[in-house]
Design a protein around this ligand. Structure first.
Ligand code: ADP
Ligand code: MG
Length: 709
């Protein structure tokens, strides 16, 4: 029997009553398999003695004698102090809200003690501890609460072994999970079959599945725990990579009337691509050239393209996607370019009209805000194939939109789309190529997992002539100096962004907001220059007009929220002032700073911070001050925040595997990948049963369903 086949409900477990079954169900645990897959988040080694004197090495695990009781405080705040000693030192157990402990910890008796200790008020103290009687209780004393031991023969001691610590939800307790999981293991784990191929288990010395399951919850030793972890981690990654590999094979198996496999043609730019480049006032950077060539090669292949184009803010990814669209149009196909905001989509549409229309390309702009007559006419021409490139928001893939011959889907700022239904997008054409663009660098290991089926191009260089943005930190109380500096830039004909964390005033939060500051900047700080405001709550028409005026230079100062974070491109703007900068994440700061430094003039970014700055805020601003490279900033971000927090991936569940973490387990991941791929190569029809934790990822976390997988 495989683990996933343990579908019987929790009430098959001895001792599980309705209340606990309900609490488990609320935490999403309904069957035995789910219970066994509730892996601990940590383990406490209570098998070894750690004396009180070693309290700063780890939690203490020792035997103590109770010396005395002492009460302190009054009324409701009255609390008990219990003085104890072991062979190395004396200490105090502080019992808040546990005044019954005076009946549990009896003076003169011996107990096992586990606890986290600190020095406080000259004493070695703990208020987080557990005890268990070592000696028989005296007659007539009630056996209460923590003094488990002999009182409840069914309950196992929490001492003398390695104890699992589970992630909890409301209604769940450690004791309950430990009890039920132990019981479930005893009833069901024995016959659980291995899911990994034998030769792989032997090669890496992995544990049999049933043993790994027991050991992950209740290991006999730390060595056994480590083996159990390695086994289960590898298993998940292997199954994941089999899925990735199979998807890759399926894509390559799609053939038809697409690329002609003409390597020669792939190496050359197509006639329209060439004409576009001739019309540009600059030439491609080598990164752009390479990416364009890789895409051309993809398009000559018989199977559809799936490529991720990474390039830092301002590296010119849009142009690369236009080149791809041109090639598609030349071959009689249609391309769709999707951007995460209407603002950005409109900017792309305007650029497409300016750059591509003169070449005979018929571009169009489609968002959810285009209604009635205009929309239906547009949809008609799209369906009739009278439009070659349509630019828009996710409205491009709403139900009533039909394409004549959709051959290329470009998703810009891919990380900004929480949930893109890849199926819905791809179903608009007959296996169209997919080009995803992102300025958020994704570490290689993650790219392997999530974009496992995608090829990756990276643009590492920026267009020449760009001067690095000069970044300055300024205290809020020094903002007048920043304003003076910006005034000089305005006098020299340039423009400025001011970015705030809030749209409107919120007196409770004591933060500046875009609305009030737009008024203040216009009336008192820069009365000689036109100021406008932009944020997500304005209607689209107003946003459009504001951006147009700003781009033309009729508006010189834009008071904004982070709506301007994505993609906005106004080369004459040389100042980016971010107020309450400590409130923004590193990737947002990097994106915002990327809005300036887009022309040939020297640009500046001011990070204005509140006088009360936390250490973490300080560290983040320092990263911005010292680094310009988005890849480095992303790595620093990762270090500051820990894995699982890569910009743009927090909510998206990239990391929701059972126990494996693609970042932490990077080398295992690559191993599992190569094992899985070579197995598929040997046996393309290889069919593995569905893996419980991996299947959950696919069902629960949409990005896997919509991106690589
Ligand atoms: P991103 O990669 O951040 O999307 P964009 O595509 O918005 O960058 O390009 C940023 C700016 O750089 C645009 O104004 C674009 O016209 C310009 N640009 C693109 N490629 C080049 C190049 N090779 N040389 C000079 N400027 C370029
Ligand atoms: Mg862009």
């Amino acid at each position: 029997m495989f683990l996933r086949e343990l579908t019987m409900s929790i009430d098959h477990i001895k001792g599980a009553g309705p209340a606990s079954i309900h609490a488990l169900a609320r935490a999403g645990i309904t069957g035995v398999a789910g219970l066994l897959c509730r892996y601990p988040r940590d383990w406490e080694d209570r098998s070894k003695t750690i004396l009180l004197k070693d309290f700063n090495l780890s939690p203490v695990c020792t035997a103590v004698r109770v010396l005395a009781h002492d009460w302190f405080g009054f009324g409701n705040t009255k609390a008990l102090k219990v003085y104890v000693e072991d062979e190395s030192a004396r200490a105090v157990l502080v019992c808040f809200n546990r005044s019954f402990m005076d009946k549990v910890l009896l003076v003169g008796n011996y107990y096992r003690l586990w606890g986290v200790f600190h020095y406080k008020f000259g004493e070695l103290q703990s208020s987080t501890f557990e005890v268990e009687a070592l000696q028989k209780k005296r007659d007539g004393e009630p056996g209460m609460g923590e003094s488990s031991g002999s009182a409840d023969p069914g309950k196992q001691s929490t001492f003398g072994r390695i104890l699992p610590v589970y992630p909890l939800n409301t209604g769940l307790s450690q004791g309950m999970l430990r009890k039920f999981i132990q019981q479930a293991l005893a009833q069901y784990a024995g016959p659980v079959e291995d899911e990994l191929p034998r030769d792989i288990m032997i090669r890496y010395g992995l544990l049999p599945k049933s043993k790994a399951l027991k050991a992950i919850h209740f290991p006999e030793s730390l060595e056994e725990l480590e083996k159990a972890k390695q086994t289960l981690i590898y298993e998940e990654l292997f199954y994941l990579e089999v899925l990735v590999g199979r998807r890759a094979m399926e894509r390559r198996a799609v053939t038809g009337s697409r690329g002609r496999g003409n390597e020669q043609a792939a190496l050359r730019l197509s006639p329209l691509q060439q004409r576009l480049l001739e019309r540009l006032p600059f030439s491609l950077t080598s990164g752009q050239e390479e990416a364009a060539a890789e895409i051309n090669r993809d398009m000559e292949r018989p199977y559809p393209m799936a490529r991720l184009l990474q390039g830092d803010v301002g590296s010119g990814k849009t142009l690369v996607s236009f080149l791809a669209a041109l090639r598609v149009a030349e071959q009689g196909g249609q391309a769709a370019l999707m951007a995460p905001t209407e603002l950005l989509a409109r900017q792309h549409a305007e650029n497409a009209a300016r750059l591509l229309e003169p070449l005979g390309i018929r571009p169009a702009f489609l968002t959810g805000n285009i209604r009635a007559a205009g929309r239906s006419a547009l949809l008609k021409s799209l369906a009739a194939g009278e439009i070659d490139l349509v630019v828009g928001t996710h409205a491009l893939f709403s139900r009533d939109v039909a394409y004549n011959n959709l051959r290329l889907v470009v998703i810009d700022e891919q990380h900004r789309f929480g949930v893109v239904q890849r199926q819905a997008v791809m179903a608009k054409g007959d296996h169209p190529g997919l080009l995803m663009m992102s300025a958020t660098p994704i570490p290689r290991t993650l790219a392997l997992t999530v974009f496992g089926d995608m090829d990756v191009s990276v643009i590492r260089d920026l267009p020449p002539g760009r001067k690095p943005v000069r970044t300055h930190l300024a205290r809020e109380s020094n903002e007048a100096k920043v304003y003076d500096f910006v005034r000089n830039e305005l006098a020299a004909g340039r423009q400025a962004y001011f970015v705030y964390p809030l749209i409107e005033a919120d007196t409770n939060r004591g933060l500046k907001d875009a609305e009030s500051m737009a008024v203040r900047l216009g009336e008192s700080v820069f009365p000689d220059y036109p100021v406008a405001m932009i944020h997500s709550r304005l209607d689209e028409e107003e946003k459009r007009k504001t951006m147009e005026h700003f781009r033309k230079g009729d508006i010189r100062i834009l008071a904004a929220t982070s709506v301007v974070e994505v993609g906005v491109d106004v080369p004459n703007a040389t100042c980016m002032v971010i107020e309450h900068a400590e409130r923004f994440g590193l990737s947002a700061l990097h994106q915002l700073r990327g809005r300036v430094g887009r022309g040939t003039d020297q640009s500046y970014c001011f990070l204005v911070y509140s006088d009360a700055l936390t250490d973490e805020g300080k560290a983040r601003l320092k990263v911005m001050l010292e680094n310009a490279d988005g890849f480095v900033i992303a790595e620093e971000d990762l270090k500051l925040r820990g894995p699982g927090h890569i910009a743009g991936t927090e909510q998206s569940g990239y990391f929701v595997l059972g126990i494996a973490d693609p970042l932490r387990d990077a080398s295992r991941l690559e191993q599992a990948r190569s094992d899985a791929f070579s197995m598929l190569e040997r046996d393309p029809s290889l069919s593995l049963p569905e893996h419980r934790c991996v299947a959950q990822v696919l069902n629960r976390a949409p990005p896997f369903g919509n991106i690589g997988l």
